[in-house]
Every structure is written in structure tokens, then in C-alpha cells.
Design a protein around this ligand. Structure first.
Ligand code: M6R
Length: 608
């Protein structure tokens, strides 16, 4: 959570920092601020609210200078307020720090610093950092930061400047992301690559406890002991344009439309007709796959919903038992794992703290970990044994859409890969699924062409306060995702139920006019789903169904039906989720909600 940036060069830092922060607002937008060194003095401007508020202040009172740091906040310790905004400074206002992460021992550090006479002006954990650095400062900011971090427990990516050494910028990370952008005689630091892409494609991806020291002498990378280290430059191949809205009103809508491409890209070179599935970054052997006693799939939110589908398809195709866990709950149940256990973590960002802590627990118990992630160089990709990248491209909207469908594709690929190794499916069966998968991008396009049908539906229903999503089997998995999407961006309360479970309680909620979205894409349970629909329509529910083309018999049982292209049952989630994403999007638009930045949410949740 939170985004940090830094600039060191000969240009005015302020506009560069603000532009960088605008690319990081997905990490939080409770407040924003920058600190700049100008003629040996440190100047800070910061305020509660969106980045636009900061921009307005800077317009009135510009900050001049060529070295600076910036922050966009997602509040954890201390409410969103001007005081709690970053950058934080020491009392003399000579040292300024931006921080992403949580200092877990901040209460202890705060008391200790207060006993030494330090005064605090915010409620944040982060404010201990400038004071701690001040405590150790003896004319060498690098040395002071190095000493300060030995006292800090928790997670951090920090960038530090001081007016006492105006030509220096120091940054370091632990368990929070940090990259360094390399320009021509200018340098950037940031929580994520999009923040620097307008300036450079050459970056260093810092590891835990690695420092970058930028000064007029150039750039130095140091380890925790202060020894110089060499790192490979990572060349970013994706386009800066890809991270922009590209003509759509919102990132979410753009990303929904990018799904056919994202599906295609994620399958490229992995799903090739007539050839066995080979996965470049997965080194697990056939023998190890055969010996697997269990797989855990662990993830959060939308990624967890992809895991629901993953469990279903891995068990069905590869016949390996799969347990599915919400990452934030995983460690509390003392999971049984050994070297023959595999954990698959799914995480768009690859930085989600809950998921990372589950990954680390699995590794500590000797299990092998595959990370399914969208971000190259993310923590999950670095710490897992194997990686399967979802090639969705940067996902900016807080509500995950294209990452979800690519996570589904990743689940199919893994299931087929294991089925191939264990020979639980014949080559013909595998080929049949591959052919069906290759048709998915085109079928997804078809759904997108009919988006007006969904749009019309939302015009009639957006004022409802509650809705329900129902389905059986994989339709239930998609119902959960549809319900989450609706809640997070339109703030309409919704629940997802397994259609067969309604009669065990939730049916009591059905009354005249209750809105129910019913998914009926699974041939194997189609009739049973229709029976469940009838049970609720007789109690007054207004059911809007999504069913495969050709199943016109459902029309008699529902208020309205939207037909979607027919695909193989196990692949249906990739197609059926799209109208639900559109539905949430148009509901949110009708209600005037901020689609890309829903309240209280952040894109990357890097706190537990
Ligand atoms: O980056 P991750 O995939 O690990 O993120 C997991 C969840 O925080 C994320 O999917 C969240 O639920 C989204 N807001 C859903 O749209």
C-alpha cells in the first residue's frame, strides 16, 4: 500500500514527482505529498485527499528544486489527514522520508525516541523513521539510514533526502517493492515501474535490504553491510501507452476490452496444437508432479476466485487433491505440508502481503511454490520456486478484470500440464481442450460486442440496494467474482450463493422484486439450475439469467436472459465473467461512482 517516488537530476523535480505519483495512485489515494530540496532548504507540501489537491496547492505555491521525493497514501496507522500525510520530517525539518509499508515496532521506537526528547506530530508508524535517522545522523545520511533500518521491524520501502547533504537521495526496501529508474544523468526511484516509464525503460529491481545511493557522483547500489553490489539492468518491454487509458473513459473499461488479447497472450507459446505443454519458468519434474500428495491454492479477493476455478479444474483434469485457502486465513490453521506438497499462489501484483506471508510459510515447511503473477520481478515471482506469468499487461483499475481471466487461463494451463505429466488425460483429450481454449479470445470479443444488453439492464436496476448472484459448479465460482466486482465498485450489497444452497436458508430473503443474477452456463447442471431459478421466481424474485446460445427453454423461467457464446463447460468462467464485469461497471457509472478508484480500496494490498 502507498506509492513512493523520488527524482534526482537537473530538471525541476516537482512535476516529475507528481506525474510519477499519478501512475501510483492505484496504490492508495488518501493523501499525497512531496518534499524538495531548494537552495539547501527542505520544503514539504502535502495534504489529505487525491493527488489533484496536492497539484492545486503546488500551483499556488510551486516547489522549486532538482532533488525530491513523493508519496501517495493508503491509510493504515492514523486517519487520512494533512498531519498523517507523507513526507514526514525530523523536528528540525532537515530530513524527509516517504515510506510504504508498516513499521511493526513503531510504538516501542516512538516511546524510545520520545524518551530522548523527540516530538511527534502525526499518528503514523512512518514518522519514527525520520526521527530515527536524525538520531543516528552524524554528517553521513547513508550511514544514518543504514543504522536506522537495523532498528525497524516490519516492511518498508523508503526514500530519504536531507538538506544537510542536498545532492544525495537514499532509498532502501524490505518486503515492499522498490525500483530504480536509470535516465541520462538523472535517476528515479519508485514503488512500481509505470511511475518512471515516461522517462526510462532501464530499471534496477531492488531486493530486500538493498540500498540505492544517488548523488552528483552517480548511482551506487549497496547491500545491508554497505558493500557495493552489481545488478543487472532490467529492460522494460511493455509500452507506457499500455498503462494509459487509450481512449476509454476508465481504466476498468479499457482493461475489460483488453481481455481477448490478454487471454491470447497468456496462452501464447504455452498452448500450441500438436505440441506438449512446456512451461519455461516451471522446473518441477514429472517425477515431482507424480509424487505430489496435495496442492494448496492460496490467494485473496479476485485471485482467490480464480483459485476456486483452479481447484475444480486441477482435481478434474489432473486428479490431484487441491485445498483452497484465503491467504489471510492460511497460517492460522497450521496447514499440513511437506516436500511433496505444492502451493500455488495467485496474485496479480505479486506483492499482496497476505499471499506473501502464506508463500513464506509454505517454503518454511519445505513445500514447493508456484507463483501465478502478472508482475515481472514482483516479490512472489522472486520468492517462489517456479513462476507462471499471466501476460495481462499492467492492470491499473482497482477492480481486477483482465488479470482474473488470465489467472483462469493459468489454472487451465497448470491443470493440463499436470494431466499431461500424470497421464490422467489422453493426448486427444488434452488437444480437444487446447482447441477449445484457442477459441476463447474470439468468443470473448463476441461478448464485448453485445455490451449494450448489459448496459440496458443496469439502467433499470442500479437503484436497488441488494442483489444476489447464483450458479452451480463453476457458475458458482463466477457468481462469487461477479458479486465481489459489484460490491467493490458500485457499493451495492450483493451475495453469491451456490444455487442448490438457496433452499437451506438464503431463500428466506427472496421476495417480490428481489434482483437475482443467475448463471446457467454449465450443461451438466443446467436443468438443476433452472429448477432453482423456478424456486425463487415463484417467490417473487426477478431473475436475470446468463445462458449459452441455444438454451431458449430458460426464457420461460426468468425475467430476462442474455445469451453468451457456448464454450466447453470447464472454460465457461472465462466468458461468463465478462458480462458480470460490464454489469458492475455500468451499475457504478449509473450511480456516479469513481470506477477506477473505489472508496477504501487500493490496488496492491501490501499490509496484512
Ligand atoms: O494483487 P493480488 O492479485 O494479490 O490482489 C488480490 C486482491 O487484493 C484483489 O484481487 C482484489 O480483490 C481486487 N480489488 C478485486 O477486484
Amino acid at each position: 500500500m502507498c506509492g513512493i517516488v523520488g527524482y534526482f537530476g537537473s530538471k525541476q523535480a516537482s512535476p516529475i514527482l507528481v506525474e510519477g505519483l499519478s501512475k501510483l495512485e492505484y496504490r492508495g489515494y488518501d493523501s499525497a505529498g512531496i518534499a524538495i530540496i531548494n537552495e539547501g532548504h527542505l520544503k514539504v507540501t502535502k495534504c489529505k485527499g487525491r493527488l489533484a489537491n496536492l497539484e492545486a496547492q503546488l500551483l499556488e505555491e510551486p516547489l522549486m528544486g532538482n532533488v525530491g521525493i513523493g508519496h501517495t497514501r493508503w491509510a493504515t496507522h492514523g486517519k487520512p489527514s494533512d498531519e498523517n500525510s507523507h513526507p514526514h520530517t525530523n523536528e528540525k525539518e532537515t530530513i524527509s522520508v516517504v515510506h510504504n509499508g508498516i513499521i511493526e515496532n513503531y510504538i516501542h521506537l516512538r516511546e524510545w525516541l520520545m524518551s530522548k526528547g523527540y516530538k511527534f506530530t502525526s499518528e503514523t508508524d512512518s514518522e519514527v523513521i525520520p526521527h530515527l535517522i536524525d538520531f543516528y545522523y552524524n554528517g553521513d545520511i547513508v550511514d544514518a539510514v543504514m543504522k536506522a533500518i537495523t532498528k525497524m521491524e516490519g516492511s518498508y520501502a523508503i526514500a530519504v533526502i536531507t538538506s544537510d547533504e542536498p545532492d544525495k537521495l537514499v532509498a532502501v526496501r524490505k518486503d515492499s517493492p522498490l525500483i530504480v529508474g536509470l535516465g541520462k544523468d538523472e535517476f528515479y526511484v519508485a514503488s512500481d515501474i509505470p511511475a518512471v516509464l515516461n522517462h526510462t525503460r532501464e530499471v534496477y529491481l531492488l531486493e530486500d535490504k538493498e540500498f540505492v545511493v544517488i548523488s552528483s557522483d552517480g548511482i551506487k547500489l549497496l547491500d545491508a553491510e554497505g558493500e557495493t553490489i552489481n545488478k543487472e539492468i532490467f529492460h522494460v518491454t511493455w509500452d507506457a501507452e499500455a498503462a494509459e487509458k487509450g481512449g476509454y473513459e476508465h481504466f476498468m473499461l479499457k482493461e475489460i476490452h483488453e481481455q481477448p488479447k490478454a487471454i491470447r497472450d497468456t496462452m501464447t507459446s504455452r498452448i500450441v496444437l500438436g505440441e506438449p505443454i512446456t512451461l519455461d519458468d516451471i522446473n518441477i519434474t514429472k517425477e515431482q508432479i507424480k509424487n505430489l500428495n496435495k496442492i494448496y491454492i492460496v490467494a485473496c479477493g479476485t485471485a482467490y476466485h480464480a483459485g476456486v476455478v483452479g481447484k475444480y479444474v486441477i482435481e478434474k483434469l489432473a486428479r490431484i487433491p487441491v485445498e483452497l485457502d484465503i491467504a489471510s486465513e492460511f497460517k492460522y490453521r497450521d496447514p499440513i505440508m511437506d516436500k511433496n506438497t505444492l502451493m500455488i499462489v495467485i496474485s496479480q501484483s505479486g506483492e499482496t502481503a497476505d499471499t506473501m506471508s502464506a508463500l513464506r510459510l509454505a517454503k518454511s515447511k519445505g513445500a514447493r511454490v508456484i507463483a501465478v503473477t502478472n508482475v515481472v520481478g514482483s516479490a512472489a515471482s522472486r520468492e517462489a520456486d517456479d513462476v507462471l506469468y499471466t501476460w495481462a499487461g499492467p492492470e491499473i483499475a482497482v477492480a481486477s478484470t483482465k488479470a482474473y481471466v488470465t489467472q483462469l487461463i493459468a489454472m487451465y494451463i497448470i491443470a493440463l500440464f499436470f494431466a499431461q505429466s500424470k497421464e490422467t488425460l489422453s493426448n486427444e483429450e488434452i488437444e480437444e481442450i487446447k482447441i477449445a481454449m484457442m477459441e476463447l479470445p474470439e468468443k470473448a470479443e463476441e461478448v464485448l460486442k453485445n455490451k449494450e444488453t448489459v448496459q440496458k439492464f443496469t439502467a433499470k436496476t442500479y437503484m436497488h440496494k441488494d442483489m444476489f448472484f447464483i450458479g452451480r459448479g463453476l457458475d458458482y465460482a463466477v457468481a462469487m467474482e461477479g458479486s465481489l466486482k459489484l460490491k467493490e465498485i458500485s457499493y451495492i450489497h450483493s451475495d453469491a450463493y451456490a444455487a442448490g444452497e438457496l433452499k437451506h436458508g438464503p431463500i428466506a430473503l427472496m421476495e417480490e422484486g428481489t434482483i437475482v443474477i443467475a448463471l446457467a452456463t454449465q450443461e451438466a447442471v443446467f436443468d438443476k439450475t433452472v429448477s432453482n431459478i423456478k424456486e425463487i421466481t415463484t417467490r417473487g424474485a426477478k431473475v436475470f439469467a446468463f445462458a449459452p446460445v441455444g438454451h431458449t427453454e430458460i426464457e420461460k423461467s426468468v425475467f430476462s436472459v442474455t445469451y453468451i457464446p457456448k464454450v466447453m463447460d470447464i472454460l465457461a468462467p472465462v466468458i461468463s465473467v465478462i458480462p458480470l464485469q460490464l454489469l458492475s461497471y455500468y451499475m457504478a457509472i449509473q450511480k456516479g461512482c469513481d470506477v477506477d478508484k473505489p472508496r477504501n480500496l487500493a490496488k496492491s494490498v501490501t499490509v496484512e
